[in-house]
Structures are given as structure tokens and as C-alpha cells.
Design a protein around this ligand. Structure first.
Ligand SMILES: [Zn+2]
Length: 358
């Protein structure tokens, strides 16, 4: 229809006085915490994931962590309006189903929001952890003081993921899986990637692959302090590069060049005001940010370059919990949010009903 399209709804803003429980599901650690709608973290409980236990034992343990986090917040369970979950994708945020993430073996079509909402008796929503990293950094981290409407988040960790805030809202795309920026191709004939393609950003710049590229370089026989590192990590490469080791330096410079090139693509495609870099590899700080920022801005086209900056994430170790909480604030009406089109939120009750968890 021409001329009769409804106006886009105004962007959701977090309700500052609401409290929600955030559950962050990772392949290495599980985290639970109560977060207020202004981004304040009131409690946090963190444990190793132990993925070999399988999804049902992991979810049961995570629920227990959530109850402990509610106690530790000093507010008690009645204060919790909703539960948000951040999890590695692929997943279906509309149905709340986890669809076999590489980092979570056995989580095959797992109806996670139903399991959690039945156990905790609160409306529960889930989304991709990198998408929610973008939302959390936009609302409560690097985006908060800068007042931006377009922010791209790139997490550089064991893998590389991304999330998009475009025109003042989370951009999810047609199948709600947009933002897979780790699989932007920077060399279509390049290194094999875990996704099945070749030459993705992740195939070079994830922590795992920075270390793998250093190991491959060592096979040349050149001298390097990295020969002493066991197991060799991306952190070792960064430290040795900073200390002037030529082999480590070459690997690190190539890494920042490739990340800068990927960021130029992102700047030209989305024209954001801000690109935020998070994840374990960014603990290298300025050693990563400065060359990546310089390369990304230099390679981008002038309109995109002139509008943008590239910065580090600001939420630190709380990013997972705040990300998980953010999706509840964004989408659960009981927490001041607005559901996605077509979303039926597990655990929602008729207005006015009061629920308790145990
Ligand atoms: Zn890939």
C-alpha cells in the first residue's frame, strides 16, 4: 500500500525503576544477576558452564543461580518483573528456542524461555548475546553518554559476533539473526571458518584464530618468544608484540589491519556514529583499538568516516548480565518493554495477577 504505512513505533527506552533478572548463557561460564532499569547491577552469580553436563543440567543449575541472585540483590523474588536471557546463536527469539550453537553441544531446538518461565514463573525472553551486547552498550555503556542512534557492536572473543542498533532500535532482520559480523568475508579464498565458509573475519581475528595463526607462523622456524608459551593464546601474541617480538608483531599487525578493514566495511554499510569493540581480545586495550580505529576510519568513505568513531566497550565483566537484562527491559511489557511483532512471550500472565517463584 502506498501512503498509508503506519508510523514506526517510537523506540523503547528502559524503565529506570524496574528490576529484572538477567541470565547469561556462555560456553565457558554462566552468569545470573539482578539489574535495575537504569543499568545498575544489584547482584551477580557466576559459575563455570560445564557444557558436558548437557542442556537440562545446565539450565537447572542456572535457575538456581538466578534464585541466588534474587536473594543476593536484597530485593527478594517479588521485585523481579521479568527474566531476560542472552545466549549464543543461532536461536529463534520469537519462539525462545535455541538452535544448536557451536559453543553449546546438545542445545538442539531447546525451548529455553518455556523452561525458564515455567520454573521461575516470570515472563521470559531470549536473544543473541552479541545483539544484546549492542543494546546494553547503547543504553548503559559506550553509547549512553554519546546520545547516538546508530551503533554497531563487535565482540572479539573465542569467536567474533556482532549486533546492530540502527535508527534508534535493535535491528534483527527478516529471520531475527542479523548482525553476524564475524562472518563478513575479508578473503573468499582464505582460511577455513567454523561456519563452513572461508576467509571470514572470525577465521583470522578471533582469539582462537589469532593464536592458531601464531602457531602456524612458528612452523616457519623463525625465532620468537612465543615458542615458550604453552598453551599459546591471543594474549601471549599481544604481549609479545608489545615487547617487540617480530613474529608476534607481524601477527598482531595483520590482525589489526584485518579488523580495521572489516570495520571500514561496517562503517560504509551502516553509517553508524559509533562502533563499539568488546570481548576478551579487547583487553589488549589501546594496542588493539588505536590501529584498528585508525585503519577503519582511513579506509571508510568520507561521509561514513566523518560521522563515526570506534571505541572500546564500557560495561566490562558485567556486560553479559546487563545484556541479558536489557532484552527483558526491551521486550517484556511487565518490565516496560514492547514485544516484537508476532512474539508471544512465555510466562506472561493476565494484567494484575501476582506471581511468586517458590
Ligand atoms: Zn565464518
Amino acid at each position: 500500500m502506498l501512503g498509508t504505512a503506519p508510523a514506526a513505533p517510537s523506540p523503547v527506552e528502559p524503565s529506570p525503576d524496574v528490576c529484572v533478572l538477567g541470565l547469561d548463557v556462555g560456553g565457558t561460564k554462566l552468569a545470573a544477576g539482578v539489574v535495575r532499569g537504569d543499568g545498575t547491577v544489584l547482584s551477580r552469580v557466576v559459575e563455570p558452564s560445564r557444557v558436558d553436563e548437557g542442556p537440562h543440567a545446565m539450565v537447572a543449575r542456572h535457575l538456581e543461580m538466578g534464585r541466588k541472585a534474587a536473594d543476593a540483590s536484597g530485593l527478594g523474588w517479588d521485585a523481579i518483573a521479568a527474566v531476560g536471557i542472552a545466549c549464543g546463536g543461532p536461536l529463534d527469539p520469537l519462539r525462545g528456542v535455541i538452535q544448536s550453537p557451536l559453543s553449546l553441544p546438545g542445545w538442539d531446538d531447546l525451548p529455553l524461555t518455556r523452561m525458564v518461565s515455567e520454573a521461575l514463573e516470570r515472563p521470559t525472553v531470549v536473544d543473541n548475546d552479541a545483539t544484546l551486547g549492542a543494546l546494553a552498550e547503547w543504553w548503559f555503556g559506550a553509547g549512553r553518554s554519546r546520545g547516538v542512534r546508530n551503533l554497531v557492536y563487535l565482540t572479539i572473543s573465542t569467536g567474533v559476533g556482532g549486533g546492530l542498533i540502527l535508527d534508534g532500535r535493535v535491528y534483527r532482520g527478516a529471520a531475527a539473526n542479523a548482525g553476524e559480523l564475524g562472518h563478513l568475508t575479508i578473503d573468499y579464498r582464505g582460511r577455513p571458518c567454523a561456519c563452513g565458509r572461508r576467509g571470514c573475519v572470525e577465521a583470522y581475528c578471533s582469539g582462537t584464530n589469532i593464536a592458531a595463526r601464531a602457531r602456524e607462523a612458528l612452523a616457519s622456524g623463525d625465532a620468537s618468544v612465543l615458542r615458550e608459551a604453552s598453551p599459546l593464546t591471543a594474549r601471549d601474541v599481544a604481549d609479545a608484540a608489545a615487547a617487540g617480538d617480530p613474529l608476534a608483531r607481524a601477527i598482531w599487525d595483520e590482525t589489526t589491519d584485518m579488523l580495521g578493514s572489516a570495520i571500514a566495511n561496517i562503517l560504509d554499510a551502516f553509517n553508524p556514529e559509533l562502533v563499539v569493540l568488546g570481548g576478551g581480545v579487547t583487553r589488549a586495550g589501546a594496542q588493539l583499538l588505536d590501529p584498528v580505529r585508525e585503519t577503519g576510519l582511513r579506509l571508510a568513505m568520507p561521509p561514513a568516516r566523518n560521522a563515526a568513531d570506534v571505541v572500546l566497550a564500557e560495561l566490562g565483566d558485567d556486560l553479559g548480565i546487563v545484556s541479558a537484562a536489557a532484552v527483558a527491559l526491551e521486550r517484556v511489557p511487565e518490565a516496560g518493554g514492547r514485544p516484537l511483532d508476532g512474539e508471544r512471550i512465555e510466562g506472561r500472565r493476565p494484567a494484575g495477577a501476582v506471581a511468586t517463584a517458590r
